[in-house]
Write a protein that binds this ligand. Structure first.
Ligand SMILES: Cc1cc2nc3c(=O)[nH]c(=O)nc-3n(C[C@H](O)[C@H](O)[C@H](O)COP(=O)(O)OP(=O)(O)OC[C@H]3O[C@@H](n4cnc5c(N)ncnc54)[C@H](O)[C@@H]3O)c2cc1C
Length: 325
């Protein structure tokens, strides 16, 4: 029996954002998710709006710029949405050539400008300053679920074993299964890139900081969230474990303390590990399933799912045959 006109597979940030956009566009939407939102990769994300480890570059920038504007609007109601605008610095890796600033992202974000030398921590030669959306992910996922319910959508907790199973229940299937797409599609091009974080008590940090080589195995970022400061990070390709490694955690704190010495002694509140759903290129396209249902794939967003979610949601709505806001 068809009870919904659209089934969205996945209740992470990509699935819930697409579901909200579809439901607010008038579609009858049901999200089917194996895991509760708190157990998804999306709940682990640091929550900075900045394209990182996501391809193809040109589309990713366009999606990110669209999301920037939506998130900036949501930041007007931080208690409700979990989104705030926070000032911060994205430094180029020490020794790396400075970003040219000519790419679409640097040119399109309002207020993004080069950092002056006194705005950079010791050891960093160049970088960027901006007020960016910083998303408290556990809170934001709850907001998206409430907004979906308000638009008439529902969320069901159960695993699906195939796209065909979803297609038996709805004429349109939107596949936002993240790393789950490896088995569900199946698509072995989706690979985990493991990321580890440490959450510490905030010793008085108000701005975010990031420095992330696109191909480096380690990164340095400091994101002040309401629940503590998120310290990162790592990017281990092909690693499946979700167990925090104590030596890695110590190294993360040490790197971040070089930027903010007070972090060396901050009380550790929690350790987090998440698996980024990486792919050489995001899969955002349609496919006809056997039996005729339309499938819109939307997975493989790597290290930038929060950053691109609203831009991708617009495209999902268009591909699913609806109108974008
Ligand atoms: C440490 C770390 C830090 C990060 N920081 C940032 C950041 O600051 N900014 C940023 O933009 N991005 C960041 N990311 C990346 C971001 O978290 C991911 O790109 C994003 O969460 C992917 O979202 P998703 O909805 O595709 O996948 P997920 O959140 O993994 O959700 C997948 C959903 O699909 C469901 N599912 C899977 N298989 C099935 C099945 N067979 N049946 C039913 N349901 C299924 C799951 O239950 C889940 O609900 C970070 C990631 C990590 C690991």
């Amino acid at each position: 029996m068809t009870t919904s006109d659209v089934i969205v597979i996945g209740g992470g940030v990509l699935g819930l954002t697409a579901a909200v956009a579809l439901a607010e566009g008038g579609r009858r939407v049901r999200v089917v998710s194996r895991d509760p939102a708190r157990d998804t990769t999306s709940a682990v994300a640091g929550g900075l709006c900045w394209p990182y480890r996501v391809r193809p570059e040109e589309r990713a920038v366009a999606w990110s710029v669209r999301s920037f504007h939506v998130l900036a609007e949501l930041a007007e109601r931080p208690a409700e949405t979990g989104v705030r605008m926070v000032a911060g610095t994205m430094a180029d890796e020490p020794g790396a050539a400075p970003e040219s600033g000519s790419d679409g992202w640097h040119a399109s974000v309002p207020g993004l400008r080069r950092a002056t030398p006194d705005e950079l921590p010791p050891g960093y030669g160049s970088g960027w300053r901006a007020r960016m959306p910083l998303v408290d992910m556990p809170s934001h996922l709850g907001y998206l679920e409430r907004r979906l319910a308000a638009a008439g959508g529902t969320v069901q907790r159960r695993p699906l074993t195939s796209l065909a199973e979803a297609a038996r229940e709805a004429g349109t299937v939107v596949n936002c299964s993240g790393l789950g797409a490896r088995e569900l599609v199946p698509d072995v091009a989706v690979q985990p890139v493991q990321g580890q974080l440490v959450i510490v008590e905030n010793p008085g940090i108000e701005e975010w900081f990031g420095s992330a080589g696109e191909h480096a195995g380690t990164t340095t970022y400091i994101l002040p969230q309401p629940y503590g400061v998120v310290l990162g990070g790592t990017a281990r390709e092909g690693a499946w474990s979700r167990e925090p490694d104590p030596a890695t955690a110590r190294a993360i704190v040490e790197r971040c303390a070089r930027v903010h010495p007070k972090l060396a002694h901050a009380r550790v509140l929690a350790h987090r590990v998440g698996l980024r759903p990486a792919r050489s290129s995001v899969r955002l396209e349609t496919e006809r399933l056997p039996g005729g249902a339309l499938c819109v794939h939307n997975y493989g967003h790597g290290g930038a799912g929060v950053t691109v979610a609203w831009g991708c949601a617009d495209e999902v709505v268009r591909l699913a045959g609806g109108r974008t806001a």
